[in-house]
Design a protein around this ligand. Sequence first.
Ligand code: NAD
Length: 354
Amino acid sequence: MAKVLVLPGDGIGQEIVPEAVKVLKKVAPKYGLELEFEEGLIGGTAIDETGKPLPEETLEACRESDAILLGAVGGPKWDHLPAKERPEVAALLALRKGLGLYANIRPCLLYPALADASTLKKEVVAGTDLVVVRELTGGLYFGEKRREQVEEGEKAVDMLVYTTPEIERILRLAFELAAKRSGKVTSVDKANVLESSRLWRETATRLAADYPDITLEHMYVDNCAMQLVRDPKQFDVIVTENMFGDILTDQASMLSGSIGMLPSASIGGAVALYEPAHGSAPDIAGKNLANPLATILSAAMMLEITFDLEEAAQSIRKAVEEVLEAGYRTGDIMMPGAKQVGTDEMGALVRERL
Ligand code: NAD
């Protein structure tokens, strides 16, 4: 019996996570996997109930589980809190750090039925199938932060720090992933300006010698942002540092039609965390409007990565594809002539096809 810790969190997390859990409950037994689910508190919801965004019991429960399924954290109710106490920092970043999850894998695949859902031209996005490997526990988000009073006013400092081992481990992961795909890695940096990027680029070039079958290219982050919307099909595996990856993956989400379609897996520690790439979407929370597919596809990644059940994961992806082919859409991917459904109905439609 394997244990999945379920952390719905805030906003739409409360609506989308139950849909993904029901999918797991239906699929796992078919592939001989017995799953036990336990629910925990995180984010603003945890602040309201316990006073802490990441209660010790939650972190403990994470460590004792085989996999974690997370919704999202944060929302306007907790935005007034000092940065260090806000759910996004004190819960999410602390959880990633606490579990040693240094790599975030975000596949960006365009389902053919959604080629018209993107704001980009169909001929540009059709055939998009790339993965962004984002470094998750280093760089600007984790570096020292401070403010000081200077003569001209206030001075704010955020440190961008990377060490060779941190860069090496994430790059190796990208090379290994590319070996299972089309064999191309694009390492994204800003080596023309940043010292940390120069170390990143030198390390990537050195490691590439260990992977003779992989083609490595380097790209500046500003160019990458442009190339992603100009010709996304040129990419296979993109590997980059924390902040660049944060921004580029939101941009890349539009290649798949909506951020509500983008799953992710955070790996590197003893237990992996699966979560949609989007946030808690307070603007649509509690209205049965959220797209649960990113979370359902994150559950598919869990079956594939943690439980080594590639076929089970594939069956979920196929069910999602069939629902989309049949013309069902949540609001974010709605298009003329399609049938709009709510969060719960979308989940049920996927399960019917499993
Ligand atoms: P967001 O991703 O929550 O929302 C951006 C836009 O996308 C909104 O218009 C929203 O309605 C829409 N959207 C997002 N997910 C959707 C879905 N599944 N279906 C349909 N539409 C969807 O980003 P934001 O508005 O910048 O942030 C809202 C809150 O979430 C903030 O508190 C932020 O800090 C937090 N956040 C959390 C995470 C996380 O928990 N991993 C990530 C990003 C943002």
